[in-house]
Design a protein around this ligand. Sequence first.
Ligand SMILES: Cc1cc2nc3c(=O)[nH]c(=O)nc-3n(C[C@H](O)[C@H](O)[C@H](O)COP(=O)(O)OP(=O)(O)OC[C@H]3O[C@@H](n4cnc5c(N)ncnc54)[C@H](O)[C@@H]3O)c2cc1C
Ligand code: FES
Length: 382
Amino acid sequence: MNVNRFTSLCFAAFTVRWIVSRTIENRPIWDRTMFKKLFGKKPEPQVELVPSGRKFAVARNKTVLEQALEIGLPYPHDCTVGTCGSCRSRLLSGRVDAITPFGYTLSREELQAGYILACQAIPESDLRIEVELPDAEDVPVSVGGRIVDIQDLTHDIRKVTWQLDAPLRFKAGQYMNVRWPAGPGHRSYSFCHAPSPEGSLRVSAFVRRVPGGAFTDSLFAGEFADTEFTVDGAHGGFWLRPGDGPILLVGGGSGLSPLMSLLEDAAARNVRRDVVLLFGGRGERDLYCLDEIAGIAARWDARFQFRPVLSEEQVEGVRHGLVTQEIADAIAELGGAPGLQAYMCGPPPMIDAAVASLTAQGVALDAIHYDKFTDASTRVAQ
Ligand SMILES: Cc1cc2nc3c(=O)[nH]c(=O)nc-3n(C[C@H](O)[C@H](O)[C@H](O)COP(=O)(O)OP(=O)(O)OC[C@H]3O[C@@H](n4cnc5c(N)ncnc54)[C@H](O)[C@@H]3O)c2cc1C
Ligand code: FES
């Protein structure tokens, strides 16, 4: 029997069976519902956000983030192209298609735990997504500003201060986006100081020079004296969560910026939780803010341990190796993983290694908070 004849016989058998079964069930052989099921538009997938309980339908080929922003929800986000991780959310049920693989930005551990990037996720079914929505007063705003102070901290890190036209509110640990007229796009910098409740008119960040970088090359060449910036913020989910367990902080390079903000703020609020601060550099010349850290340690109401770790230079009394290799010891010193929260900022490879080390020691992913300091080269590498 040839293929055409076989197909025709199958179709005929199916049709006869269909007619017989519809007749036995006393139903019409063809109705509008069946037509709709076969050829009608599929219903738009429904998304429910937890714990806010917000629900919305996502139009075909739109991402979860696009749709949420379109209906005015303050869904956390920044880059919208899958690099910054700000829209990281946990998929509790349902299926999504990723425009760019989440694995470029999320760690293996996060993928295994069901995390997705809302800006890259197109729903393939109804979804339940766990994500913290900011309060209305925390939604980012845009203000004008000028650089009014620059201080050298190390051979390649400077503390940069902007004077703003209107106060900016932020939570300790968050970051701002700065734009300037000739710039290729925004650059993100984490506040390095405690916020004030009524908002800050002067905001500062530690900025590390990236050779060939659009913003940092001009900054280190002193080209921003009269430049009018647009500063918007605050962004990011990097702030100290409530709790009474110990805190592990891990930073590298200018990644100390938000950690100082978080520590200054917590010290001012008399937070009484044990802390270990691990800071990674190559050599002694990469260490900075030592007096400020000693000042916080002196005011801290519980145990406070600062441990610099140098990867290249051997210095007496200072640990040698990668900062992430110190994580297991630090967790043990803090009494183990249960109840511990980890906060980390710095280059993406450091964060990925730290997440792997923390989860291997039993720290839950929802107790790990970080900002990866990605730049234009990270985005191109994807
Ligand atoms: C959430 C967040 C918070 C941050 N906080 C801080 C902070 O507090 N302090 C801090 O110092 N940094 C921080 N960063 C990093 C910061 O935003 C900038 O990315 C960084 O300062 C570099 O900016 P740039 O304009 O100087 O360099 P970029 O212009 O971004 O260039 C970076 C590198 O990429 C190369 N490059 C540029 N374009 C291309 C291309 N097309 N192909 C290949 N390579 C290319 C450049 O030559 C350069 O070497 C943060 C980043 C994020 C995402
Ligand atoms: S907004 Fe989704 S990764 Fe940046």
